[in-house]
Ligand binder design. Structure first.
Ligand code: BG6
Length: 464
């Protein structure tokens, strides 16, 4: 019976990874010479985090990283996406580096390599040094320059052991979520995050923040290639807004491509094309970002791979003869959702996301840098967590991803968000995204049933 099951296999050498970010798990917020980040400031401001919590201790990963790496190994992960906390390395954002900050990441990388897990660090997962925010943060054109300097320094220091770096995580989320406010709309649809520094800027200034952020990415790509050992590779980890054809026929697929390109205009589209779309500039009008042709060349500095965070389709579309060339179809009132309010179910995003990156921009290699879901995880009487909803979500997502790889879309790896429950930004510890349950009173880690599922998939390099 068992050998009659048709396993959907992934390409040889496919990376099966789990993901986290520094502020969400490290804790040790003021240890070993670390500077403050905008998330320290934001979480310490009353009223900003839903449950009043902070990331001061979080998962105490800074002190428990060995245990966490051992867990990853047990779960069958062969890659790990984590982020480096900029103010641990440069407490003031620029200037003299703090050697103890770098030491931590050296120890972590050593532990990972010894466990046979490949490190994939992200250089910016939203924890900007507060000292730079005090000078205007991403509104200031000096911030992208400082970011590239920090990125080049880390690449120089770590690239004898680390081959892949992600530059920025979700520019769309930190630019819009941090500078626009949660009750407004972004290019790709609704914004589910209100983020540090918690500003509400007018449209022109927001567009400038977005521009500085993509510029920071491009400058960092240049710096990493220049300062890293030969062969050091890098690319963005961006949340892609995905338009999915409601009906899969040629004309609707074409319409979905047009829509996807527009939805990502100030983010992935400009990064991968080196131009803002006409529609984006026209719509922005007098609020369009100020930029030079040199900026566009910098922003589109060639990357070695494209990382995309994929949780759901942003919109469904059908073809249309009238401008803009597609018709957006709203989600039905009874469309199934996962645990989070924003999380509409749509596993086909895992097919169409990478597929669109390939058809629109011909990326040399693609990583799914995040995919996963929150669930109402509870410990059962026997001490286990039976997260059947998460397993259903993951199985459906991976089945769709395998469809893409089987068609030759160059997806090289998948990073599940998240390795363990953690500080979920403005939701505090209320939303659990992990495949490992964390008791935040005792710091006990308990692998959920989904961790067994992940291990099974990774071991077979296939989803059944
Ligand atoms: C992504 C982020 O937006 O989604 C992660 O890169 C985050 O850091 C994850 O934790 C889950 O989203 P949220 O906003 O529901 O916590």
């Amino acid at each position: 019976m068992a050998d009659q099951i048709h396993r959907r296999e992934f390409p040889e050498g496919f990376k099966w990874g789990v993901a986290t970010s520094a502020y969400q798990i490290e804790g040790a917020w003021d240890e070993d010479g670390k500077g403050q980040s905008i998330w320290d400031t934001y979480a310490h401001t009353p009223g900003k985090i839903r449950d009043g919590s902070t990331g001061d201790i979080a998962n105490d990963h800074y002190h428990r990283y060995k245990e966490d790496v051992a867990l990853m190994k047990e779960m069958g992960a062969n890659a790990y996406r984590f982020s480096i906390c900029w103010p641990r390395i440069f407490p003031e954002g620029t200037g003299t580096p703090n050697p103890k900050g770098l030491d931590f990441y050296n120890r972590l990388v050593g532990e990972l390599l010894a466990a046979g897990i490949e490190p994939f660090p992200t250089l910016y997962h939203w924890d900007l040094p507060q000292a730079l925010q005090d000078k205007g943060g991403w509104q200031n054109r000096d911030t992208p320059v400082a970011f590239a300097h920090y990125a080049g320094y880390v690449a120089e220091q770590l690239s004898d052991q680390v081959r892949h770096f992600f530059t920025t995580n979700e520019i769309q989320s930190f630019a819009d979520g941090g500078h626009r406010g949660v009750d407004t709309h972004v290019a790709g649809g609704e914004l589910h995050l209100e983020a540090a520094p918690g500003l509400r800027l007018p449209p022109g200034e927001l567009n400038q923040v977005r521009h500085h952020a993509v510029l920071g990415h491009g400058l960092a790509v240049h710096a990493i290639h220049a300062m890293g050992k030969p062969g050091t590779q890098c690319g963005p980890a961006e949340v892609i807004s995905i338009a999915v054809p409601l009906i899969e026929s040629d004309e609707h697929i074409k319409a979905a491509e047009v829509a996807t390109r527009e939805l990502n205009a100030p983010f992935l589209t400009v990064i991968l094309e080196g131009r803002y779309t006409d529609a984006y500039l026209e719509k922005a009008g007098k609020d369009a970002p100020r930029f030079t042709p040199e900026d566009l060349a910098t922003i589109s500095e060639p990357v070695d791979f494209v990382g995309i965070n994929v949780y759901k389709p942003n919109i469904y579309v059908l073809a249309s003869d009238t401008t803009p060339g597609y018709r957006a179809i709203p989600y039905s009132a009874s469309h199934p959702k996962m645990f989070s309010d924003w999380h509409m179910l749509g596993p086909e995003a895992l097919y169409w996301g990478p597929k669109m990156v390939q058809s629109l921009w011909g990326a040399p290699a693609i990583y799914i840098t995040e995919n996963g879901c929150a669930a109402a995880d509870e410990l059962a009487a026997d001490g286990n967590v039976y997260d059947t909803d998460r397993i259903m979500f993951l199985r459906n997502s991976l089945t769709q991803l395998q469809r893409a790889t089987a068609e030759g879309v160059p997806v090289k790896g998948y990073f599940l968000w998240s390795m363990m429950d953690n500080f979920e930004w403005m939701n505090g510890y209320g939303d659990r995204f992990g495949i490992v349950y964390v008791d935040f009173d005792t710091q006990q880690r308990i692998p959920k049933m989904s961790a067994s599922f992940f291990r099974e998939v990774s071991m077979h390099n296939a989803v059944a």
